[in-house]
Design a binder for this molecule. Structure first.
Ligand SMILES: [Zn+2]
Length: 143
């Protein structure tokens, strides 16, 4: 009797399917710090953080405060200028990435597009620096 003979599956299953990607800055690829709650903020329920490259992000734990979370992130990017943040135009004044996010693991959740009920989202924004020179720079990727 050969008791040691067992099925030895060699095929690799799609085990990585549900493994998220550690939250990182889409502008510079650095790992993002964990968001910190701010007691003094207008929206204390929206934790936020910043990347060393100048990008800022806000986490919406419920996924339902999209517009507010985006303005909060822009306000931080604009050094607290809420009025300025409210009229910024995407693609002209700033670029943004919106990721589905798992707060406990501090990871992005791949595979979902658009809003999913109950899922936290991370709003990452970075202002477009306008230089004095008048060279048009189409280096910003779209999509
Ligand atoms: Zn960055």
């Amino acid at each position: 009797m050969n008791a040691m003979s067992e099925g030895n599956p060699r095929r690799r299953g799609p085990t990585l399917r549900r493994t998220g990607e550690r939250a990182k800055c889409r502008f510079c690829s650095r790992s993002l710090p964990r968001p910190a709650r701010r007691e003094d903020a207008l929206h204390a329920n929206l934790p936020r953080g910043a990347c060393a490259c100048g990008a800022t992000f806000v986490v919406d734990p419920t996924g339902r405060n999209g517009g507010v979370a985006l303005v909060e992130a822009l306000t931080d990017a604009a050094a607290g200028d809420r009025g300025k943040a409210s009229y910024m135009v995407p693609g002209r004044d700033y670029n943004d990435f919106i990721e589905n996010y798992e707060p406990r693991a501090h990871r992005y959740i791949p595979g979902f597009r658009g809003y999913r009920r109950g899922m936290a989202r991370l709003y990452l924004v970075k202002l477009i620096e306008v230089e004095e020179s008048d060279t048009s720079d189409p280096s910003v990727p779209s999509g």
